[in-house]
Design a protein around this ligand. Structure first.
Ligand SMILES: *Cc1c(COP(=O)(O)O)cnc(C)c1O
Length: 373
């Protein structure tokens, strides 16, 4: 059997009883949409973050879209973010009619270069949208300073950073609102799609509740502002409640895999040019992805296939270079660090229930391949 970057089946085997009980709990509850499980999950996910509000939605992309809409962001507005991200970050900005403005990422941690943001701010800028990519947080202090100075909102894309910490603060507690995805591969993953927005602002919360429910207040059935159907599914919410209790264990499991990789590869990094995932001071990484870097990335991936190890690249094409975003007008070379990284990064298999023998196979095969380059 090939080793893949992610596999939920070992986890399902361990948690099967609890997960199937979650499904049965909802089926027997007599309420299949926006019932007790969604309500409780929202309460518990907010509490995990020490925040007053959480609104469950159908996926992470719509979490971003609705958060932008709740802040009144639309056509003519600019949202500053990065091109080294999952395309949905940018698709959500596009979906509300706003214009994404990209700044480059840092060589040291592949995340938004907060030092470049000041120069990207214009009279149209409404939101700074840092992406806590791969499982660690963007340097927030400069963004918070700029937001206060220019009257902007900060929206954190936390789709890859559940439980990550930044100078003691939890990802998702540092902006106006924070958007989460519970896509199955994520650090907190559903058995299907799911998403949520966490916020401290009651007006944003109320707006989100309307926007996910056709734009209505539920009791009146009157559209207040035209909205969407973006509800978090009741079954997924109950599964997420059960899994939220184990979130800190999942994170510990990911850190254990990361530590084993680091231990097994430490002595070859200098001699082979392999770069292990950097962790910026003040950050507690949750390793959604274990992203390494090497100038001969494509050769390594090809050769590891011969060892039955199938790796991923997150992401091989920066968003600003994608055909669908050519109208944004970013020339090749306009975001040099982002573009260079996209040619050199690749991800080793990473999930908390990954068997140790598979971790060791990956280490052994990678060492072998690196030695023959
Ligand atoms: C996964 C992801 C999203 C989108 O979440 P979906 O639930 O797949 O819609 C957005 N941003 C980032 C950074 C992601 O990794």
């Amino acid at each position: 059997m090939a080793i893949r970057v992610w596999d939920y089946l070992p986890e399902y085997e361990k948690e099967r009883t609890d997960l199937l009980d979650a499904v049965e709990t909802v089926f027997e509850s007599g309420n299949l949409v926006l019932g007790e499980s969604v309500r409780r999950f929202e309460e518990e996910f907010a509490a995990y973050h020490g925040m007053p509000h959480c609104v469950g939605v159908d996926n992470g992309t719509n979490a971003i879209k609705l958060a932008l809409q709740a802040l009144g962001v639309g056509p003519g507005d600019e949202v500053i973010t990065v091109s080294n991200t999952a395309a949905p970050t940018v698709l959500a900005i596009d979906a509300v009619g706003a214009t994404p403005v990209f700044v480059d990422v840092r060589e040291d941690d592949y995340l938004m270069d907060s030092g470049l943001v000041a120069d990207a701010i214009t009279a149209r800028t409404k939101v700074l949208l840092p992406v806590h990519l791969y499982g660690q947080c963007v340097e927030m202090a400069p963004l918070e300073r700029l937001a206060a100075e220019h009257g902007l909102s900060v929206l954190e894309d936390c789709a890859q950073a559940h439980g990550a910490r930044h100078h003691g603060r939890t990802a998702g507690t540092m902006g106006t609102a924070a958007m989460f995805s519970f896509y199955p591969t994520k650090v907190l993953g559903a058995y299907g799609d799911g998403g949520a927005v966490v916020t401290g602002d009651p007006a944003v919360e109320r707006s989100l509740r309307q926007l996910r429910y056709y734009g209505m207040d539920r009791v009146y059935y009157v559209v207040q502002t035209p909205g969407h159907n973006c509800r978090l599914d009741e079954v997924q919410a109950e599964i997420l409640r059960r899994k939220l209790r184990r979130l800190d264990d999942y994170i510990a499991g990911r850190r254990a895999v990361a530590a084993r990789y680091a231990e097994g590869l430490r002595d070859v990094i200098g001699s082979t040019g392999l770069v292990l995932p950097p962790v910026t001071a003040g950050n507690e990484h949750v390793y959604y992805l274990y992203v390494v870097r090497h100038p001969q990335r494509d050769r390594i991936i090809e050769q590891l296939k011969n060892h039955d190890i199938l790796l991923n690249i997150s992401y091989p094409w920066p968003v600003h270079t994608m055909t669908g975003f050519s109208r944004l007008g970013y020339a090749d070379g306009s975001l040099p660090v982002t573009e260079r990284l996209a040619k050199e990064i690749f991800s080793l298999p990473m999930y908390p229930s990954m068997p140790i023998d598979l971790q060791d196979k990956v280490i052994g095969a990678l060492r072998e391949v690196l030695a023959t380059l």
